[in-house]
Ligand binder design. Structure first.
Ligand SMILES: O=C(O)Cc1cc(O)ccc1O
Ligand SMILES: [Fe+2]
Length: 462
C-alpha cells in the first residue's frame, strides 16, 4: 500500500509525472512568459540555466531547467577542499581508488546508526565501478544520519545523479527547486548539480535516519521499457512527484554582503569542496524545465508476475533503469521485491540458483526476503549483500528445503516487506570501508547459506 501521510505541510505540494516539462512559480508573475532570458526578468530575478545534458543532446534525451532566482549560483568565493574529509569515502584520490574486486559472495549486518553525522558526513561508499571524471559507472552507498544538515548549508554532487532509498527515518529534502518529503518505502532522485539540504523529519524532530543510495556517474534514470506488458504497469509515470518552487530570502544588497553565512559543499570527483557564501542557495522563486528532483512511493508499484508457472527474471520488478549505450544492459537498475501473490503451479517459487554477468547489490528496507533467513546473522533490514559478476548465489538451504516441499496454493509473500536490488552490468569494487572499517561483513555468509545445501540426486526416479 502507498505510504500513509503524516502531518502534511503546505510545502509538500507536488507536480505529478515522470520526465515531464513542468513550470512553477512561488510568486505569481515570476516566470517570464514566452521568453527564457528577457533583458530584465520579472521581479528583478536572475535567469540561470541548469543543464542536465549537453546542449546538443537529442531532443528525447535533452534535460534542462531555467531557474529564476534572487542571486545566481556563481556568486560565491572559491571552493577549497574540505580538510579533513568528513569520512574516508571523501578522502584523497589514491584511497578512493583502493577498491577490492572479490568473487566471493558478501553480506553485511545492518550498518550502524550514527548520532553525530548528517546525511553527507554519514554517507559511506560501499562499492562502485568506473570514474566520475569520465562520466562512467556508478557507486553504491549507505548513509546513517543522527542529525539534520546545518540550517545554513547545502550540498551538491558534480559526480552524478543520486537515488536515495531511505530504510529508517523520514527525510525532508530542501532542494533548490522546492521541498520533497521522502519516507521509508519512498525513494527520490536528485539530479547532478542540484543543491539540497537534508533535514531529519518525523515525530519528535526526526531521526535517526539510515538508508542506501546509488550515484550514477553516467546517464540518468529512466522508466524501463514495458514491451508486451503494454502501456501501463510497474512504476507508472503519473506516480512520480516533483516539487513546486519554494524559496528563502536571505541576502544583502550584493552577493557578498549578506548578514548570514551559508556553507555550500560540492562533491567533485569524490572529494568534498566547500565555500562559504553570504546569500541563501535556496532562492529560486520560479523554474521551468524537465531537469528536476523527484520522489516515488514504492507502494504504488504495480507488481507483475507469473499466473501460470516459473517466475520471470527479476527485471520484471524494475522501478527505474539507467541504461548503458547497449540496449537492455544497464549501468544500474533499481529493482524492488514488493509484497505480491505467488500462484505458479509446479514451480519453485523463490529465486532460482544462478550466476549472473551483472552484479547484484541488495538491501532490505523492511521485513524479510523469501530466499534468505532473517534474524541475527541473516539478511535483515538495514543490511546488504553483494553477488558480484558470476558469483553463484540463490536461496539458502533452509529456504530451498521449505520451498521444495511447500504446498503450492496461492500465497501472498512479502507482506510488510521490501527488499531491493541495485543491479549493474559493471564489476563492483568494494571499498576499504565496506570490507573492513564498517566491521559488518558476515564472515560465514557463504557457509551458513549454502554449506548445508542437500544432495537430492538419485540415479533413478524409481
Ligand atoms: O539474487 C536474488 O535474490 C535476486 C533475484 C531474484 C530472482 O527471483 C531471480 C534472480 C535474482 O537475481
Ligand atoms: Fe541474484
Amino acid at each position: 500500500m502507498p505510504v500513509t501521510s503524516f502531518d502534511f505541510k503546505e510545502k509538500y505540494q507536488y507536480q505529478n509525472g515522470f520526465d515531464s516539462y513542468f513550470e512553477t512559480e512561488a510568486v505569481p508573475g515570476a516566470l517570464p512568459v514566452g521568453h527564457n532570458s528577457p533583458q530584465k526578468p520579472p521581479l528583478g530575478l536572475y535567469a540561470e540555466k541548469l543543464s542536465g545534458t549537453a546542449f546538443t543532446a537529442p531532443r528525447h534525451e535533452n534535460k534542462q531547467t531555467w531557474l529564476y532566482r534572487i542571486l545566481p549560483a556563481c556568486a560565491h568565493p572559491p571552493f577549497t577542499e574540505a580538510v579533513p574529509a568528513p569520512n574516508e569515502s571523501f578522502a584523497e584520490p589514491p584511497l578512493r581508488r583502493n577498491l577490492h574486486y572479490l568473487p566471493n559472495q558478501l553480506r553485511w549486518d545492518p550498518f550502524d546508526h550514527e548520532d553525530d553525522t548528517d546525511f553527507v558526513s554519514g554517507l559511506h561508499m560501499v562499492a562502485g565501478a568506473g570514474d566520475p571524471t569520465i562520466k562512467q559507472g556508478c557507486a553504491m552507498y549507505v548513509y546513517a544520519a543522527g542529525k539534520s544538515m546545518d540550517e545554513r548549508s547545502a550540498f551538491y554532487s558534480a559526480d552524478g545523479e543520486l537515488l536515495v532509498v531511505p530504510q529508517e527515518g523520514a527525510l525532508e529534502i530542501r532542494t533548490e527547486l522546492g521541498w520533497l518529503l521522502v519516507r521509508p518505502m519512498e525513494v527520490c532522485v536528485i539530479p547532478r548539480g542540484v543543491r539540497y539540504r537534508v533535514v531529519l523529519a518525523g515525530a519528535g524532530g526526526g531521526g535517526p535516519a539510515r538508508g542506501y543510495a546509488l550515484e550514477l556517474f553516467q546517464g540518468r534514470f529512466v522508466l524501463p521499457e514495458l514491451g508486451p506488458i503494454g502501456s501501463n504497469g510497474l512504476a507508472n509515470a503519473r506516480d512520480f512527484q516533483a516539487p513546486v518552487a519554494s524559496f528563502d530570502e536571505d541576502c544583502g544588497s550584493t552577493a557578498f554582503d549578506g548578514p548570514n553565512e551559508y556553507v555550500v559543499t560540492g562533491k567533485f570527483n569524490h572529494v568534498l569542496y566547500r565555500t562559504v557564501q553570504r546569500h541563501t542557495p535556496f532562492d529560486v522563486v520560479a523554474w521551468h524545465g524537465n531537469y528536476y528532483p523527484y520522489k516515488y512511493d514504492l507502494g504504488r508499484f504495480n507488481t507483475i508476475g507469473t499466473i501460470s508457472f516459473d517466475h520471470p527474471d527479476p527485471s520484471i520488478f524494475t522501478v527505474l533503469s539507467a541504461p548503458s549505450d547497449h540496449p537492455g544492459t544497464s549501468i544500474a537498475d533499481f529493482v524492488v521485491f514488493p509484497p505480491r501473490w505467488l500462484v505458479g503451479e509446479d514451480t519453485f517459487r523463490p529465486p532460482w540458483y544462478h550466476r549472473n554477468t551483472m552484479s547484484e547489490f541488495m538491501g532490505l528496507i523492511q521485513g524479510g526476503y523469501d530466499a534468505k533467513k532473517g534474524g541475527k546473522g541473516g539478511f535483515v533490514p538495514g543490511g546488504a549483500s553483494l553477488h558480484n559478476v558470476m558469483s553463484g548465489h540463490g536461496p539458502d538451504a533452509e529456504s530451498y528445503e521449505g520451498a521444495r516441499s511447500a504446498e503450492l496454493k496461492p500465497v501472498k509473500v512479502g507482506e510488510g516487506s521490501c527488499a531491493f536490488m541495485f543491479e549493474s552490468c559493471l564489476m563492483l569494487g568494494v571499498t576499504d570501508w565496506g570490507l573492513k572499517t564498517c566491521q559488518k561483513v558476515q564472515e560465514t555468509y557463504s557457509e551458513h547459506s549454502w554449506g548445508r545445501v542437500k544432495v537430492h540426486w538419485k540415479k533413478s526416479s524409481a
